[in-house]
Design a binder for this molecule. Structure first.
Ligand SMILES: Nc1nc2c(ncn2[C@@H]2O[C@H](COP(=O)(O)OP(=O)(O)OP(=O)(O)O)[C@@H](O)[C@H]2O)c(=O)[nH]1
Ligand SMILES: [Mg+2]
Length: 398
């Protein structure tokens, strides 16, 4: 089975501070030069950083321990130890960090998060003996050891951030719809469980607006008990603004599809089961499908009159414009609900700004996105030579 890296257990360790040094100045003609042991350097921090161009936790699958470097020890001549290098762990957008043992949520990188978290501070460097000099003790033989770093075991979970999530039995045509609306090219085939990992695509609404659609593997009745591919992928649509239930009109059990799918969602999470939704009946082009669609509409009119039901054929491009408008309405509705609220829920049409996750274009390493120092890019370490202009040349005159 194809593995989709959406969970990882890792151990993170921040760097130990460097030890302070005991040393004394020893120079010709300067007897008892006094203490000169420098401080140890700071240990490196453990930092999480969200990268918009990443999609999975594959980078955490093959490496379980992330350690920042220790600070260097202080040295004689008042030389301070070097600070330890930070350990930066890159994450895709939409991650949740939990304590591995208690399961408690430590940080949620939802949308709107600035995307950088200094998670564990490195230990401070110890003081060298220069700090302990005083009137009573002119030659201190004391220095402090560096402070230890911290260590924590974490579970990192990825919840893909999408605006609309597709829910349906296998073979209903979810991937076909994603393929039609977006630039994603998922595998489409006439057998169940073609899709094994979630697919995302961007539906361009206009110049400024995008909607992210998520096509997840088909679920079947009993998925919540582990049948089929199970329901673990449902978490990837749990932050979406709305759901699109896809019903296959060529399935003889089409009248019960919605109820069964909803049952599986309820078993997974009450929150997900209450999400805004539309029902899409696909494959209207097949013989007898029109009649089945009328039956389905009648059923919904009787049992859930508030639900919008659309009949489409992805193959023949029927009814797709109305579905697109319904997606936009759902996302706009969620954005309006959240306006003014400080909500971590993901909704609203994204504006194409610098912090927009654009899967196709994001390139954090691009030259222009790097922060240059304020003086226009000159390296702060780039000093010119220092020359003393007061010093006169003293030569012996002949
Ligand atoms: N006749 C007809 N067939 C369709 C239509 N849309 C999709 N199909 C076919 O239905 C089959 C399944 O389509 P997929 O898009 O792979 O279905 P899926 O819901 O993603 O299936 P899983 O990935 O297995 O969950 C494919 O053979 C498609 O060509 C349609 O509008 N009409
Ligand atoms: Mg599919």
């Amino acid at each position: 089975m194809v593995k989709f890296a959406d969970e990882a257990l890792i151990t993170v360790v921040s760097g130990k501070g460097g030890n302070g040094c005991v040393a004394f100045r020893r120079e010709k003609y300067i007897p008892n030069g006094g203490p000169s042991g420098g401080d140890g350097g700071r240990g490196g921090d453990v930092i999480f950083e969200v990268r918009q161009n990443m999609r999975t936790l594959a980078n955490l699958r093959y490496r379980q321990t992330f350690k920042a470097k220790s600070g260097g020890d202080g040295e004689g001549n008042k030389r301070f130890g070097k600070d330890g290098e930070d350990c930066v762990i890159a994450l895709p957008p939409g991650c949740l960090i939990r304590d591995a043992d208690s399961g408690e949520i430590i940080h949620d990188f939802g949308l709107g998060d600035e995307g950088r978290l200094v998670f564990l501070k490195g230990g401070n460097g110890g003081w060298g003996n220069v700090h302990f000099k005083g009137p009573a003790n002119q030659a201190p033989r004391t220095a402090l050891p560096g402070q230890p770093g911290e260590s924590r075991k974490l579970r990192v979970e990825l919840n893909i951030i999408a605006d609309i999530g597709f829910v349906g039995f296998p073979n209903a045509g979810k991937s076909s719809l994603l393929d039609f609306f977006t630039n994603a090219r998922p595998k489409i085939a006439p057998y169940p469980f073609t899709t094994k990992i979630p697919n995302l695509g961007v539906l361009r609404v206009d110049e400024e607006q995008d909607i992210i659609l998520a096509d997840i593997p088909g679920i079947i009745e009993g998925a919540s008990e582990g049948l089929g591919l199970g329901i673990r992928f449902l978490k990837h649509i749990s932050r979406s603004a709305g759901l699109a239930f896809m019903i296959d009109l060529s399935d003889d059990d089409f009248l019960n599809s919605y109820r069964k799918l909803q049952g599986e969602l309820e078993n997974f999470s009450a929150d997900l089961a209450e999400k805004d939704r539309v029902v899409i009946a696909n494959k209207l082009d097949l013989p007898g499908a029109e009649e089945r669609f009328s039956e389905l509409k009648d059923l919904f009119a009787r049992e859930c009159p508030d639900l919008k039901v659309y009949g489409i054929s992805v193959h023949n491009r029927w009814g797709l414009e109305a579905v697109r408008d319904a997606f936009i309405d759902m996302v706009n509705g969620m954005a309006a609900d959240n306006a003014g609220e400080d909500s971590s829920a993901i909704g609203g049409i994204r504006n194409q700004g610098p912090d927009t996750p654009d899967f196709m274009l994001a390139d954090l390493d691009a030259e222009e996105s790097r922060n240059l120092p304020p003086d226009g890019g000159r390296d702060p370490d780039d000093f010119g030579a220092t020359v003393s202009i007061n010093r006169k040349k003293r030569g012996r005159r002949k």
